[in-house]
Structure formats: structure tokens, C-alpha cells
Design a protein around this ligand. Structure first.
Ligand SMILES: NC(=O)c1ccc[n+]([C@@H]2O[C@H](COP(=O)([O-])OP(=O)(O)OC[C@H]3O[C@@H](n4cnc5c(N)ncnc54)[C@H](OP(=O)(O)O)[C@@H]3O)[C@@H](O)[C@H]2O)c1
Length: 252
């Protein structure tokens, strides 16, 4: 479908200011067949390029997502690549938020923090899919992916812990499957997938890199390059599934 990304690509990348999202954008704008890239985040990226448009957007605000999609539609653009590379695993305390850490034990579960994790990792990417899938062409190949995580696999869970993050990614995988089924009824050439990027050296993983074996911590550039290869090889039969950075399917 998007084999080797050799078809003209118009892309939207959510998480433009983040480690992996930013690396996706950098690589896409250097790719000859990519015509234009829209990048979205709350804080913005430092990127400037003739093929790149920067958008400030909080994807927990559905009205703002709807408006952003409408703006692109009004410019007469369709999108054939959508990558949602946003997420929340931990945060420092601010005037607006309490501190948040992945829970090692049930005793650490807290309703407010659970809601924030589900809002960021499950609900917000789902609302992006709801509003932006209206921008994909009906009869041409397209792909939409949300970054998930191997820890969202229920069958692969042998260690427990990280309760809310794991559950939010498992729920995201279910939303990907459901949206893939529904979208596939009208868009036969569309593929909607989850992607596990590996363990990647970004702000999200920074406090948890201590136990990562040598050579297993990817740079964001490495991970984005692997994932773009995985994306390029997908076809509509893959829709609804989750793949790791090697292209291996992760079972639910
Ligand atoms: N790094 C890893 O080892 C690893 C492993 C497995 C899975 N993943 C997954 O990969 C994805 C990307 O992670 P990363 O490592 O690149 O994280 P990151 O560097 O922390 O980037 C996260 C991005 O999400 C954006 N974001 C968060 N909430 C947002 C909101 N409400 N509205 C708009 N943008 C929002 C942030 O932008 P603003 O703050 O500017 O809005 C930022 O651009 C996540 O889904 C993560 O769970 C990462």
C-alpha cells in the first residue's frame, strides 16, 4: 500500500514536540514522495520547513480537534498517513496537576491519575481518529497508526505493575480494532494499526531506562525509521492489529 512510502504522502503527525513524533516528522519531510506534513502538539516543535505546517492543539479538547480537521479539509487536503505519537506515563507536579508515576502496586491507584492516563492514552487518540479519519481518501491506500506499547498486551503481561498505563494501552488497542472494523466497511484500502516503538530514549521513558539492556535503548530517530519501514509494508489485511518495531504482530 504505502510501499517504501513511494506514493505521494500527505501526513498528520500528533506528538510533534515529542521524541518519536518529532523524529517521524524529520524523516518524512526528508522523504522525496512526501508532499506535506502537519504536526500537532500543545507546546510546538522547533521545526521549520517548506513541507511542514505546525499546529498547536490539545488532543484532550474535542472541539479543538474538530476545528483542526476542518481547517485542513477547507484547504482541500486529504491525508493518507496519520500517526498519533502522543502519550502520558509520568509527570512532575505543577500548579495544574498532581505528580503522576506508573503504579507499582494497587495501593498506588488513584482515581484522578487513572482518569488522566486514560484521557491521554485512550480517549484523546480515539477522538483524533474519530475526527481525522474523515480526511482519508475513500478509494486510495491510506494508513492511520496510534503508538501503543507492548505492555498493553494482556497475553504478554507476566510482570504486572504500571496498572493504568497498561490498561490504557490495552483499551487503545481495542479502540484501534473497533475503528478498523468500522472504517474498513467503507474504506477498503485503509489500514489502522497500533505500533510498539521499542524502548526509546525520550522524556517519557527517561526515569525508567535503568534496567534496559545495552543496545536495547533506541534513539527516537532509530525507532521512527524502523516504524516507517513497518508502516510501508502494511496492507488493509493488517488493519486492527498491533505491530512492534520489527514488524512482528503483538497479540492482544
Ligand atoms: N519512549 C518509549 O520507550 C515508548 C515505549 C513504548 C511506547 N511508547 C509510546 O510512544 C508514544 C510517544 O512517546 P514518546 O516517547 O515520543 O513520548 P514524549 O517524548 O513524552 O512525547 C509525547 C508527545 O505527546 C504529546 N502530547 C501529550 N499529551 C498531549 C495532548 N493532550 N495534546 C497534544 N499532544 C499531547 C506531547 O506534546 P505536548 O506536551 O507538547 O503537547 C509530546 O509531543 C506514546 O504513546 C508512548 O506511550 C513510547
Amino acid at each position: 500500500m504505502l510501499e517504501n512510502l513511494n506514493t505521494p504522502i500527505n501526513a498528520a503527525i500528533f506528538g510533534a514536540s515529542g521524541g518519536i513524533g518529532n523524529a517521524f516528522i524529520e524523516q518524512l519531510i526528508r522523504t522525496e514522495h512526501v508532499q506535506h506534513v502537519h504536526g500537532f502538539s500543545r507546546s510546538g516543535s522547533a521545526l521549520t520547513h517548506g513541507k511542514y505546517s505546525e499546529h498547536i492543539l490539545d488532543i484532550t479538547d474535542e472541539n479543538a480537534i474538530e476545528q483542526a480537521a476542518k481547517t485542513i479539509k477547507e484547504q482541500g487536503q486529504q491525508l493518507n498517513l496519520i500517526i498519533i505519537a502522543t502519550g502520558l506515563l509520568h509527570r512532575e507536579e505543577t500548579s495544574e496537576h498532581t505528580a503522576l508515576q506508573p503504579e507499582k502496586s494497587m495501593r498506588a491507584l488513584n482515581s484522578d491519575n487513572m482518569q488522566d492516563i486514560f484521557l491521554s492514552n485512550t480517549i484523546a487518540p480515539t477522538l483524533v481518529m474519530k475526527n481525522f479519519l474523515s480526511l482519508i481518501p475513500r478509494d486510495e491506500p491510506s494508513l492511520c497508526s496510534a503508538l501503543s506499547a507492548r505492555v498493553g498486551s494482556i497475553s504478554d503481561n507476566e510482570m504486572g505493575g504500571w496498572h493504568s498505563y497498561r490498561a490504557s494501552k490495552a483499551a487503545l488497542n481495542m479502540m484501534i480494532k473497533n475503528i478498523a472494523i468500522e472504517t474498513g466497511r467503507r474504506h477498503k484500502k485503509t489500514c489502522i494499526i497500533g505500533l510498539h516503538p521499542g524502548t526509546v530514549n525520550t522524556g517519557l521513558s527517561k526515569p525508567f531506562q535503568g534496567n534496559v539492556p545495552d543496545g536495547k535503548l533506541f534513539t527516537a530517530e532509530q525507532s521512527a525509521a524502523y516504524l516507517l519501514d513497518v508502516i510501508a509494508q502494511r496492507s488493509p489485511e493488517d488493519s486492527g492489529k498491533c505491530f512492534d518495531w520489527k514488524g512482528d504482530e503483538i497479540q492482544p
